[in-house]
Ligand binder design. Structure first.
Ligand code: GDP
Ligand code: MG
Ligand code: K
Length: 301
C-alpha cells in the first residue's frame, strides 16, 4: 500500500462502439497480457480490464457491461448496472472512431450518459487514419450532442497523444491509495474469494460491533521462496475509523489472530496448499465512496 498522501487513484470506464479501439488502447497502456481478459464473455458484473500503476497514480480501468453492444436487447437491469457504474467512476472515456461519423451506437451511449455527473472525455481514436484538418469537424459533430469535460484525439495503435491522455486522466483522479500491487495488471479470481473469506471471519467474530464498511485488500499471493509447499498471502483489512481498527485487532491482537487462523484454514482448502497468512489493519477514510466498484472487485462494502 502506498502511504504517500499525494498519491491518486481511481476508476476509469472506457465505453464506445465495437471496434473503436478500446482493447488496443488498454493493450498499449497496460500490456499485451490483458487482451485475453477483455475478450471474455460479458457478465452483469463490472470487471477490471487493467490496472496501470504510475509514479503518482493508479488507474483502474473497468469494463461497463451492457454498454458495448447497443444493438442487442438490453435488459433494464443491465442498463441500470451500467448507469450506476458510470455514476461512480472518476472518469468516463467515451471512445469514438475518427474514421466514422457519429452513429446510432454513439447516440445510444450519449443518451445513457445524459445527466451523469462524472466527467466524460471524448477520446477520438484512429487519428492516424484521417487528415489533421478533418479533426475539427469530427469533434464538432460530437460536441453539439454532449458537454464533454475534455476532448482528446489519439491513435491507440501508433501511440499518438496517449501519454497526454493519461496525464489529463490523472488530473481528474481523487487522492487515494494504491489499491493493487504495482506488478498486478489484472484481477485474479482467487484474490476475490480470499478477500471474501477473510472479510467473512472479521464480520463473524466482531458481530455487530463492526459495520459492513470493512474491506479486505489482498496485497500479495506468492509461493514462499524457501518452501515451495507454502503460499504466502498478505492482506490488509481496511476500516474507516480508528475505533474500528482497535476492535478488529482486539485485546493484544487476539481477535486478529483468530481471524487469521480461521481464514488461513479456508484459504488452505481453496488453494490446496499450506498458507502463511499475514494480516494488517489500516484506517482509510471515505472508503465507502468507492464501495460500489470495490464490492465487485473483492473489496466488499
Ligand atoms: P474494440 O472493439 O473497441 O476493443 O476495438 P479494438 O481495440 O479491438 O480495435 C478494432 C480494430 O481497430 C483493430 O483492428 C485495431 O487494430 C484497430 N485500431 C485500434 N486503434 C487504432 C488506431 O488508433 N489506428 C488505427 N489505424 N487502427 C486502430
Ligand atoms: Mg475490445
Ligand atoms: K468516485
Amino acid at each position: 500500500m502506498q502511504e504517500n498522501s499525494n498519491y491518486k487513484s481511481g476508476f476509469i470506464s472506457i465505453i464506445g462502439r465495437p471496434n473503436v479501439g478500446k482493447s488496443t488502447f488498454l493493450n498499449r497502456v497496460i500490456g499485451q497480457k490483458i487482451a485475453i481478459m477483455s475478450d471474455k464473455p460479458q457478465t452483469t458484473r463490472n470487471k477490471i480490464q487493467g490496472v496501470l500503476t504510475r509514479e503518482q497514480s493508479q488507474m483502474i480501468f473497468i469494463d461497463t457491461p451492457g454498454i458495448h453492444k447497443p444493438k442487442h436487447k438490453l435488459g433494464e437491469f443491465m442498463i441500470k448496472v451500467s448507469k450506476n457504474t458510470l455514476r461512480e467512476v472518476d472518469v468516463i472515456m467515451f471512445m469514438v472512431n475518427a474514421e466514422q461519423g457519429l452513429g446510432k451506437g454513439d447516440e445510444f451511449i450519449l443518451e445513457l450518459l445524459e445527466g451523469t455527473q462524472t466527467p466524460v472525455f471524448l477520446v477520438v481514436n484512429k487519428i492516424d487514419q484521417i487528415h489533421p484538418d478533418e479533426i475539427v469537424g469530427i469533434i464538432d459533430s460530437y460536441k453539439s450532442k454532449y458537454n464533454f469535460a475534455e476532448i482528446i484525439p489519439i491513435s491507440a495503435l501508433q501511440g499518438n497523444n496517449v501519454d497526454n491522455l493519461l496525464e489529463v486522466i490523472e488530473k481528474y483522479l481523487p487522492q487515494g491509495p494504491q489499491y493493487y500491487p504495482a506488478d498486478q495488471v489484472t484481477d485474479h479470481p482467487e484474490r476475490f474469494i480470499i478477500s471474501e473469506l477473510i472479510r467473512e471471519k472479521v464480520l463473524h467474530l466482531t458481530r455487530e460491533e463492526i459495520p459492513h464498511s470493512i474491506a479486505v485488500v489482498i496485497d500479495r499471493i506468492k509461493r514462499d521462496d524457501e518452501n515451495e509447499n507454502m503460499i504466502r498471502v498478505q492482506a490488509t483489512i481496511m476500516v474507516e475509523r480508528d475505533s474500528q481498527k482497535g476492535i478488529v485487532i482486539g485485546k493484544r491482537g487476539a481477535l486478529l489472530k483468530e481471524v487469521g487462523s480461521l481464514a488461513r484454514k479456508d484459504i488452505e482448502l481453496l488453494l490446496g496448499s499450506k498458507v502463511y497468512l499475514e494480516l494488517w489493519v489500516k484506517v482509510q477514510k471515505d472508503w465507502r465512496n468507492k464501495s460500489t466498484h470495490l464490492r465487485d472487485f473483492g473489496y466488499r462494502e
